[in-house]
Design a protein around this ligand. Structure first.
Ligand SMILES: Cc1cc2nc3c(=O)[nH]c(=O)nc-3n(C[C@H](O)[C@H](O)[C@H](O)COP(=O)(O)OP(=O)(O)OC[C@H]3O[C@@H](n4cnc5c(N)ncnc54)[C@H](O)[C@@H]3O)c2cc1C
Length: 398
């Protein structure tokens, strides 16, 4: 048995745990200093903007495509294993298109860009519809704003409740034998100058799912245990899925992956009835504000994007949250009648000076894998991230 320890049980760590739990020959432990889905994941809106994103090639597109496709099977799979219901909106995403702000040519370029994307997506097997104002009005009468000239409808994109998803992933992984240690903080990962012990669990040969020691020509270090608030945990692989906690853990290994916080605030509004057609409740998004139906006339609205002003401190700005609410009302005026049930905020883990997310081997280390820094798309990219980590462990494919 190869032992994999995953540090962090947000949506990323939980998805990795579940996907790895289906691989024979792995023992898996997940460690988190708090209960699951309480950090960034607990604040997320769960909007999965894959097909409607402007990414069309390379890894960025591949990951979006993989994730969107995996979600279609993942949700029913988890519901069957756990008996839990996961809110998963299959009605797609509508992106509102504003009128050209400065000149006609800019607006035309906007539409041209969408038409180009539509063509690419068609060739990739996905549908994007471009609606004019009249069609938008007919299908979504709740949108009433003079400055909106039309919309792009992506029927293949989705939205999922990130907390319900993460709890179901934990539950399903537990069904498959994964052990979870909540309330246990990882204090450090201990490197070892010597080759790894081969005799754990009676093995005398390196297991096929163990890290390859030839890789790196011996120059790379090997870690063999975690130090935690509840003692040491030995393992063959360490997966750092600790979001904002990843910086400190990697800094201790002299390979700091700098992950900084970006605050997001959101609101839960209760209208008591559905906006527009009750049978067609897609996510509506415009000007970076999402209106997310969550059932029975309730909507999540968000989110702000707030950068630290002083070191890593970001005091939530009430005015920014109010401007998000006002923007949602400007799109769908009926929302002015809604009551605010709850407001919340969370910190997105954003990698500094490099693109999100950070997935791969920690430089200089043979058996530490990074699955972190997902910034604004951790829920979207969790399945593709888990897939990449599984490939690294099963096929030593970095
Ligand atoms: C307001 C808001 C809206 C968002 N909306 C969306 C959206 O619509 N779609 C989307 O895809 N994404 C969205 N995101 C982004 C998304 O939430 C994140 O990208 C995602 O949750 C990151 O998941 P994670 O598992 O990497 O991190 P987290 O959820 O932050 O989990 C990391 C875990 O690691 C644990 N940990 C850290 N250090 C240690 C340690 N030393 N020892 C033990 N445990 C440790 C923490 O306790 C935590 O549980 C949003 C974020 C916010 C804030």
């Amino acid at each position: 048995m190869s032992h994999v320890v995953i540090i962090g049980c947000g949506v990323v760590g939980a998805t990795i745990a579940y996907e790895l739990s289906k691989v024979k020959g792995l023992e898996i432990t997940v460690v988190d200093r708090q209960p699951p889905a309480l950090a960034s994941t607990g604040a997320a809106l769960g909007v999965l903007m894959g097909i409607i994103s402007q990414k069309t090639k390379g890894k960025a597109w591949q990951m979006r495509q993989n994730s969107i496709q995996r979600y279609e099977t993942l949700i029913p799979e988890l519901e069957t294993i756990t008996g839990r219901k996961i809110l998963f909106n299959r009605q797609g995403i509508i992106m509102l298109l504003p009128e050209p702000s400065t000149s006609c040519s800019e607006g035309d370029a906007g539409i041209l860009q969408w038409e180009k994307l539509q063509e690419i997506r068609e060739s990739q097997g996905f549908s994007l519809e471009i609606w004019d104002k009249a069609k938008l009005k007919q299908i979504c009468p709740q949108v009433d704003n003079d400055k909106i000239v039309g919309a792009v409808y992506s029927r293949c994109d989705r939205q999922v409740d990130p907390t319900a998803l993460t709890l179901a992933l934990v539950d399903a992984a537990q069904h498959h034998g994964v052990s979870f240690k909540f309330g246990v903080q990882v204090l450090g990962i201990e490197p070892h100058p010597l080759p790894p012990p081969l005799s754990r669990g009676g093995d005398t040969e390196p297991h096929s799912l163990s890290p390859s020691h030839e890789r790196g020509g011996g120059a790379e270090k090997y870690c063999y245990q975690l130090e935690t608030t509840e003692g040491k945990i030995a393992a063959d692989w360490f997966v750092v899925a600790a979001g904002l906690g990843s910086s400190l853990l990697t800094a201790q290994l002299q390979q700091m992956i700098d992950i900084r916080p970006v605050l997001g605030q959101a609101l839960h509004l209760r209208l008591g009835y559905s906006l527009g057609n009750p049978d067609f409740q897609p996510v509506i998004t415009g000007d970076d504000v999402h209106i997310v139906p969550v059932g029975a006339g309730d909507y999540w609205i968000g989110a702000t994007v707030e950068f630290p002003s002083n070191k890593d401190e970001i005091p939530p700005n009430k005015e920014l949250l109010e401007s998000v609410r006002q923007q949602a009302i400007a799109f769908c005026p009926d929302l002015a009648k809604a009551t605010t049930i709850r407001t919340w905020s969370g910190l997105r883990p954003r990698p500094e000076g490099r693109p999100a997310p950070v997935i791969g081997k920690l430089p200089g280390y043979n058996n530490i894998l990074l699955a972190t820094g997902h910034y604004r798309n951790g829920v979207l990219l969790a399945p593709a991230t888990a897939d990449a980590i599984r490939e690294m462990i099963v096929h030593n494919d970095f």
